[in-house]
Write a protein that binds this ligand. Structure first.
Ligand code: C2E
Ligand code: CA
Ligand code: CA
Length: 580
């Protein structure tokens, strides 16, 4: 707020209309200053207006009916009002004068002796005092070298965040950051350059963080960040990663190009500490661990969170490249007819062998692909690659089975998906009537209209659509009603409990029944034993997929299966020809 006297909004708390008119006339003696007077006649209204902090200055009567002007000043101060107040009184009284200043008033004036000049002078003085106080307050909160908040301000904001957290605010985290290599800069280039470096670090920190985050310098080359509204360790890791990247760009100091980095310790509320002490201690310890590991990295208060967050960052940063470079792989799990054991289809399942993390399960990287926006590339790659593998199996003698491909919500909601899929299949010369798209119940969110028209488009090429993991989502039945589906896949959790839980068996039975009524094909996944297969047959489900029959296999192994089956078939054809 500006503290200029010109155009100042003046709040007058005065229960006597005559005195209001008098004050108005006094202020009107200086028309050039254009005061904007607002009059309230009761103590309560006055207090309410003061708390809103929208006036530059307040004039209050000493006696307000039964209330006392000084009492209002005291209560307003307690409730955060910063408006300077001048107390007006009927007659002079030495002790009230002193009391007024103690209560937080700036001045104490006797109404009857007051001139317009005196009043203006007192207002001007109060405003000057107010801006000096503001400046002092700001100075006390600021680190002189960098202009960032200082330790005191950081601790008071941390306290505030802790108090807010009790009232349903989102989680927050603190990051302790210590520069790696600062001492060398100081020793070799001198303290002036060291100071410049700290200022530039402060600059980079403020520009790369969100405006809700508070950055402070708490000493030497130590900085802290109070990151508000972080939802997960992943959010914190993203912030830390951004800071590390920003600080690893070279600094130019007095003609030298200087490289520094940072060690960051993170503690998240409430797991990393329930109060300010514990949170800062844990962040500090984590920072030392990061430093001990060689610096230029972050550490969470717990090692488990650190490694999960680092894995996630590796996955995020490398997945896109891995897709583009064809480093992902596909395996195929056969689907069979329970009665004859014959293979009726193959489901393509994505695999990624990461150089450091080893086999990353699709449940970990599919979600990341969705989050970082490369699920379409991944989906296109899966379709192309599986269509090509399938063509290869055909050349080895395969004919008949379908090819199931999993698709995600983003693909289903993309109006261009059917056309791009068709182009891929055409290029691979793959017969689209062999294709089954598998969507999980949860994939069918978003625009139902787009989903429906995409499914219809796929039907027009002859492809079919299967609801995967049926029964565990929440919208299964309405999907059956609203969407033109072809196949229903019973989730493996029902199959696992088929033999020991009567309720799961009842649900499985109901799903199979439902599929029949909707004239859908039904298949059970996760079949691991003969007993499960027998029960499924008894309930009316004839198709299955699971470890009992085949594990997911590499393309080459499927090729061998196809070649073997083709050989057996032609043998049996030859044998029957011989018999004839
Ligand atoms: P899903 O589509 O439900 O795939 C079935 C999962 O069950 C596969 O896990 C498979 O290996 C596993 N499985 C098969 N038989 C059995 C069994 O008898 N017992 C048990 N316990 N598990 C069995 P996987 O390969 O780890 O895939 C996990 C999920 O990742 C898939 O679930 C699918 O939702 C997703 N996914 C995999 N590949 C892709 C892909 O190319 N695109 C998309 N969008 N999602 C994919
Ligand atoms: Ca599936
Ligand atoms: Ca499934």
């Amino acid at each position: 707020m500006s503290h200029s006297i010109h155009g100042a909004r003046v709040l007058l708390i005065e229960d006597n209309e005559g005195d209001y008119i008098l004050t108005k006339e006094l202020l009107a003696q200086r028309p050039d200053l254009e005061f904007q007077l607002e009059w309230v006649a009761s103590a309560d209204e006055g207090l309410a207006a003061l708390i809103e902090n929208r006036h530059e200055i307040c004039l209050t009567d000493y006696r307000l009916g039964t209330a006392n002007g000084l009492e209002i000043v005291r209560r307003a101060r307690e409730r955060g009002s910063e408006v300077p107040v001048i107390v007006l009184t009927g007659e002079h009284n030495q002790s009230v004068d002193a009391e007024a200043i103690e209560a937080g008033a700036c001045d104490y004036l006797v109404k009857r002796q007051l001139s317009g000049d005196q009043l203006t002078r007192s207002i001007r003085y109060a405003l000057v005092q107010r801006s000096v106080e503001d400046k002092l307050r700001a100075l006390a909160r600021t680190d002189q070298l960098t202009g960032l908040a200082n330790r005191g301000e950081f601790m008071s904001e941390l306290d505030f965040a802790l108090r807010r957290s009790g009232r349903g605010a989102k989680a927050f985290a603190i990051l302790y950051l210590d520069l790696d290599g600062f001492k060398q800069v100081n020793d070799t280039l001198g303290h002036a350059q060291g100071d410049l470096l700290l200022q530039e670090v402060a600059n980079r920190l403020t520009t790369c963080l969100r405006s809700v985050d508070l950055v402070a310098r708490i000493g030497g080359d130590e900085f802290t960040i109070l990151a508000l509204d972080v939802e997960s360790s992943r959010d914190c890791a993203t912030i830390a990663q951004k800071v590390l990247a920003k600080l690893s760009e070279p600094f130019r100091l007095g003609g030298h190009e200087v490289l520094v980095s940072a060690s960051i310790g993170i503690s998240m509320f409430p797991d990393g500490g329930r109060d300010a002490d514990e949170l800062t201690r844990n962040a500090d310890t984590a920072m030392y661990r990061a430093k001990k590991e060689g610096g230029h990295r972050f550490q969470f208060h717990s090692n488990e969170i650190t490694s999960a967050a680092r894995d996630r960052i590796d996955i995020e940063s490398e997945l896109r490249k891995a897709i583009a470079a064809g480093e992902l792989d596909l395996v195929y799990q056969p689907q069979v007819c329970i009665g004859s054991g014959q293979i009726t289809g193959f489901e393509a399942l994505a695999r990624w062998c990461h150089h450091r993390l080893g086999d990353v399960p699709p449940t970990a990287f599919i979600q990341v692909a969705e989050d970082i926006g490369c699920i379409r590339e991944l989906g296109a790659w899966v379709l192309r690659r599986s269509a090509m593998d399938y063509k290869h199996w055909e050349r080895l003698g395969l004919s008949g089975p379908s090819l199931s491909v999993n698709i995600s919500a983003h693909q289903l909601n993309d109006p261009h998906f059917p056309e791009s899929a068709r182009a891929i299949l055409e290029e691979a010369k793959f017969d689209p009537s062999k294709l089954v798209l598998e969507l999980t119940e949860t994939a069918i969110i978003g625009d139902l209209g787009v989903a429906r028209s995409n499914i219809c488009r796929f039907h027009s090429f002859g492809a079919r659509v299967c609801v995967d993991d049926f029964g565990i989502g929440y919208s299964g039945l309405s999907q059956l009603r609203d969407l033109p589906l072809d196949v229903l896949k019973i989730d493996k959790s029902f199959v696992h409990n088929l033999l020991n839980r009567p309720k799961e068996k009842a649900i499985t039975h109901a799903i199979i029944d439902l599929a029949k009524r909707f004239e859908l094909e039904v298949i059970a996944e996760g079949v691991e034993s003969e007993d499960q297969a027998r029960t499924l047959t008894a309930l009316g489900c004839g198709l299955a997929q699971g470890y009992h029959y085949y594990r997911p296999l590499p393309s080459a192994a499927i090729g061998e299966l196809c070649a073997k089956a083709a050989a057996t078939n032609s043998d049996s054809v030859r044998q029957s020809a011989n018999v004839a």
